[in-house]
Every structure is written in structure tokens, then in C-alpha cells.
Design a protein around this ligand. Structure first.
Ligand SMILES: [Zn+2]
Length: 123
């Protein structure tokens, strides 16, 4: 099967193994693409592929700093040398304590929640 095009920039995606899962990586824009079944494996409660691995890499791809408090690290080897040169890794000590799921939404958050509900994405 020919490589799929990146949904963001149409560059051919490279299947890159991460923990036994072939993740589609765009070496042009840094996109990481997972199909539904691949995503479910990252969400398994005892998976070694969970947020410890995924979060730092996704934050790096988005140009955001990773935290030294993360259990995992950004997988810079997934990205081309040119991408890494133009997007150096930034780290901060922490993104803060995990929320308990009862966080208070800001006015902007509430407006987004209402828009998503109006469009039928959430109830
Ligand atoms: Zn791309």
C-alpha cells in the first residue's frame, strides 16, 4: 500500500514503530497520526504507550515545552533533522499537578463547550 498523505500538508507519511504500534509520522509538519485502533492501544490503562510516551512527543510536535516531571520523553528521533533544527526542544520543570477532573472552566472554555454542544459533538 502506498504511504498515506498527511491530512495537514499532504506529505507522504512514514510508518514509524512506537512500542509495537506503527504510527504515521509526517516529517514535514511534525504531525503524528493514529487510526482509531492505534489510539485505543494508547489509552489502555496499563499500556506503556500512555501519556508518559505520547504527551511529550505531541507537545514537542506542537511547539510547546515538555516538562521535566513527565515520566517519558519527547521522541525527537521521529522527526527529521531539519525539523529538529528549526524546532529545538524546550523544557519546563512541570505543567502543574494533574487535575482531578473537577476543574473550573473559564468563560472561554464555557463558550467552546457550548459551541461543541450546539454542533452536536458533545452533550
Ligand atoms: Zn504534514
Amino acid at each position: 500500500m502506498p504511504p498515506l498523505p498527511c491530512p495537514r500538508c499532504s506529505t507522504a507519511l512514514a510508518a514509524t514503530p512506537i512500542g509495537g504500534i506503527a504510527v504515521d509520522v509526517c516529517e514535514s509538519c511534525g504531525g503524528l497520526w493514529l487510526d482509531r485502533l492505534e489510539l485505543a492501544r494508547f489509552e489502555e490503562p496499563d499500556s506503556v504507550l500512555g501519556e508518559a510516551l505520547l504527551a511529550p512527543t505531541v507537545l514537542y510536535a506542537m511547539g510547546l515545552p515538555t516538562a521535566e516531571s513527565f515520566a517519558g520523553r519527547a521522541r525527537l528521533e521521529l522527526f527529521r533533522d531539519a525539523f529538529r533544527r528549526h524546532h529545538p526542544l524546550h523544557t519546563i520543570s512541570t505543567w502543574g499537578e494533574p487535575r482531578d477532573g473537577q476543574g473550573t472552566a473559564s468563560a472561554v472554555d464555557q463558550a467552546i463547550i457550548e459551541q461543541l454542544a450546539a454542533l452536536g459533538y458533545i452533550e
